[in-house]
Design a protein around this ligand. Structure first.
Ligand code: NAP
Length: 522
C-alpha cells in the first residue's frame, strides 16, 4: 500500500504541509496519492535515529548484515507485479526493462551479502611486531576498512530501482555497516515508497536497529539539509552535473567536509577510426543508433559524441546514422522536466551557428544527430555538455592531426569507445592513449551502454563525469566509498576485529608481512 508518508526509521511520518505528486509521464495523469514533504524536524529525527542505529548496526556480524541484504532482495521480489507496474507507470520504462532492473537490484544486494560474508573485502593488512629491531622496535600494526556512519543517498530518476532506493549506493553503504537515509526521487515517489517498505520489513525481520534505514521525500531543501548535517558522513548521488556539483559544494562548505560520490553527466565519446569506418560504415551506424536510442537515450553511458576523420566513409556513416535515428519511433521520456530539458539543450546545440543538422526541431523523446567540425567543436565548449536523451553529435576532424587535439579538449568521461581494426590500433596508438586518460572505462569495438556489475567494473570517470574518478558506483568496489581504513597499533588479539585476529577465524585473504595469504598467524 502507498500512503505518501516518510519513514523516520520504521515510523511513518507526515506532519508537513507541503505535498508532492507523482505523474505518469506517458499519460500525464497524476497518481491519486499525496506525498508529504518531510519537515526539517523529521529530517533531523531521521539523522538522530541513524546516529543511534550506527552504534548497534556496526556491532552486527557480517552474516547478520548479509541476511538483512538478502531479506531486502527477497522482499523486493515479493512485491512482484505491484512494484513492476508502479515503476513502469511512473517512468514509462517497458516491463522487460523494469524486470531486468529489479533483477539487477536484487543481484547487487545478494552479491554484497556474499562479499561481506566472505570478508576479504576489508583489505586487511598485518605487519607483525619486531620488538628487537634496531635502532627502534617495530610495533604490531593491523589495518582494515571500517564503516563511517550515516550515509545520505539520492536516488536517480533514470534507474528507479538499480540506482535508487535500494540501488547500488544503498546496498554498498548498508553492506559496509552504515545506516542509510534515502532522499526519494520525485520522479518515482510510489516506487520509492514500495521499496522503502521492503527495506524496513527486512530490517524488522532480521533484527536490525531502528534507524538503520530512513526515507524522506522532498525537494532541494530536504536534500540540502541532509548534506549539511554534520552527522552525515558521506553522500551517494546519481543525476545531473548541476545537482551533483551543488551537493559537492555544500559538503565542502561544512565545518567537517565530507565526500560526495556523485555520478554526473557524460557524453561517452566513441572514436571511429578510418580503416574500421571504411570497412563497416553501415553496420557501425546501425549499432551506434541502437545504443543512442536504448532506453530513449536516458543512460549515463549513452553515446553522445562520435569522433572521426573526414572521409567518404564518414559521409556514408552519417547518412546511415541519420536514417536509423529518424526511423526510430519517438519514446516517452522519464518525466516532463527531463523531456523539456532534452528539447532545450538539444535545440541549443542544433541551432548553434557552427552546427549542421538534417533534423527538424528536436522534440522530447525523438532521436537526433547533428555534426560539427573538429575546429568548431574545440572552439565552442558549450557543445561539450551532455544532452540527456537520444542525441549524438558527430565531430568531423579535418585530418589525422586534428583528432588528437579534439580528444585532448574533451572533459572527463565515464566511458570512451574505440571502433578500430588491428592496423588502426597501431596507427592511432597515441590518440587511444589520450582517450584512456579521459575515461573510467575504455571499450574496444563495442558500445558504452550496458554496465556489468562485477569486481572488474569501474563506473566513474575523471571530473566532471564523477566527483572522484578513483571510485566506482557500480561493482563490488563501490563499497569502499563508504568505509575508511583504520590502523590498530599494538592491540591485544582478544579485542581486535575478527578480520585482524591472529587466528583468522573467517579465513579471509590478508597481506601479512607482505605476503597475501588466508593462513592464521602461528
Ligand atoms: P537531478 O536534477 O540532478 O536530481 C537528482 C536528485 O538530486 C533529485 O532528488 C534532486 O531533488 C536532487 N537535487 C538536485 N539538485 C539539488 C540541489 N541543488 N540540492 C539538493 N538536492 C538536489 O537529476 P534528475 O532529476 O534525475 O534529472 C535531471 C537531469 O539530470 C536530466 O535531464 C539529465 O540531464 C541529468 N541526469 C543524468 C544522469 C546520469 O546518469 N548522468 C542520470 C539522471 C539524470 P529534486 O527532485 O527535488 O530536484
Amino acid at each position: 500500500m502507498i500512503t505518501g508518508q516518510n519513514f523516520i526509521g520504521k515510523s511513518p511520518a507526515s506532519t508537513g504541509s507541503k505535498n508532492l505528486t507523482s505523474y505518469n509521464p506517458a499519460s500525464g495523469e497524476a497518481f491519486k496519492e499525496v506525498f508529504v514533504e518531510a519537515t526539517e524536524k523529521e529530517v533531523n529525527e531521521a539523522v538522530d535515529l541513524a546516529v543511534k542505529a550506527f552504534k548497534a548496526y556496526r556491532k552486527k556480524s557480517s552474516t547478520e548484515r548479509a541476511n538483512f541484504l538478502r531479506a531486502i532482495a527477497k522482499n523486493i521480489m515479493d512485491l512482484d507485479h505491484v512494484l513492476v507496474e508502479r515503476a513502469m507507470a511512473e517512468t514509462a520504462l517497458p516491463e522487460g526493462r523494469i524486470q531486468g532492473e529489479r533483477g539487477r537490484t536484487c543481484n547487487q544486494l545478494n552479491a554484497f551479502a556474499d562479499i561481506i560474508e566472505e570478508g576479504s573485502w576489508v583489505n586487511a593488512r598485518i605487519d607483525t611486531a619486531i620488538p628487537d629491531r634496531q635502532p627502534i622496535p617495530k610495533p604490531d600494526l593491523r589495518k582494515m576498512e571500517m564503516p563511517i556512519g550515516p550515509i545520505a543517498v539520492f536516488g536517480a530518476s533514470n534507474f528507479p530501482l538499480a540506482f535508487s532506493t535500494a540501488g547500488g549506493d544503498t546496498a554498498s553503504a548498508l553492506a559496509a555497516g552504515n545506516p542509510v537515509i534515502v532522499k526519494g526521487h520525485e520522479s518515482h515517489l510510489g516506487t520509492n515508497e514500495l521499496v522503502s517498505r521492503a527495506i524496513l520489513k527486512a530490517a524488522e525481520e532480521t533484527g536490525m536497529p531502528d534507524g538503520v534505514f530512513s526515507m524522506v521525500n522532498g525537494g532541494i531543501s530536504v536534500g540540502q539539509q541532509l548534506v549539511k548535517d554534520e552527522r552525515i558522513k558521506a553522500v551517494g548521488f546519481t543525476g545531473s552535473f548541476r545537482g551533483g556539483r551543488a551537493l559537492m559544494d555544500s559538503a565542502a562548505a561544512r565545518k567537517n567536509p565530507i565526500p560526495v560520490y556523485a555520478e554526473m553527466g557524460s557524453t561517452n565519446p566513441v572514436i571511429a577510426f578510418p580503416e574500421k569506418l571504411t570497412q563497416e560504415a553501415a553496420v557501425l551506424a546501425q549499432t551506434l543508433a541502437s545504443s543512442v536510442t536504448l532506453g530513449v537515450g536516458q543512460f549515463c553511458t549513452s553515446p553522445g559524441l562520435l569522433l572521426a576523420i573526414k572521409s567518404d566513409a564518414l559521409d556514408a556513416f552519417k547518412a546511415e546514422l541519420a536514417t536509423a535515428l529518424s526511423s526510430t519511433p519517438k519514446g516517452v521520456m522519464l518525466n516532463e522536466s527531463i523531456g523539456k530539458s532534452y528539447e532545450r539543450t538539444g535545440n541549443e546545440v542544433r541551432n548553434h551557428q557552427t552546427v549542421t543538422s538534417s533534423s527538424e526541431k528536436i522534440e522530447a523523446g525523438a532521436a537526433a544527430t547533428v555534426s560539427v567540425s573538429g575546429a568548431d567543436f574545440m572552439a565552442n565548449p558549450e557543445l561539450h555538455h551532455e544532452v540527456f536523451g537520444p542525441f549524438i553529435i558527430v565531430v568531423e576532424c579535418a585530418d589525422q592531426s586534428e583528432l588528437p587535439q579534439v580528444v585532448d579538449a574533451l572533459d572527463g568521461q565515464l566511458t570512451g569507445s574505440i571502433l578500430a581494426t588491428d592496423s588502426d590500433l597501431v596507427n592511432y596508438e597515441e590518440v587511444i592513449n589520450s582517450l584512456r586518460e579521459k575515461v573510467g572505462r575504455i571499450i574496444y569495438n563495442g558500445m558504452p551502454t550496458g554496465v556489468e556489475v562485477c569486481p572488474a567494473m569501474h563506473h566513474g570517470g575523471p571530473y566532471p563525469s564523477s566527483s572522484n574518478g578513483r571510485y566506482t558506483s557500480v561493482g563490488y568496489d563501490a563499497i569502499t566509498r563508504f568505509t575508511r581504513p583504520v590502523a590498530f597499533q599494538s592491540w591485544p588479539n582478544s579485542v581486535l576485529p575478527e578480520e585482524l585476529k591472529d587466528s583468522n577465524p573467517k579465513g579471509i585473504s590478508r597481506l601479512i608481512n607482505g605476503e597475501l595469504t588466508n593462513k592464521a598467524i602461528e
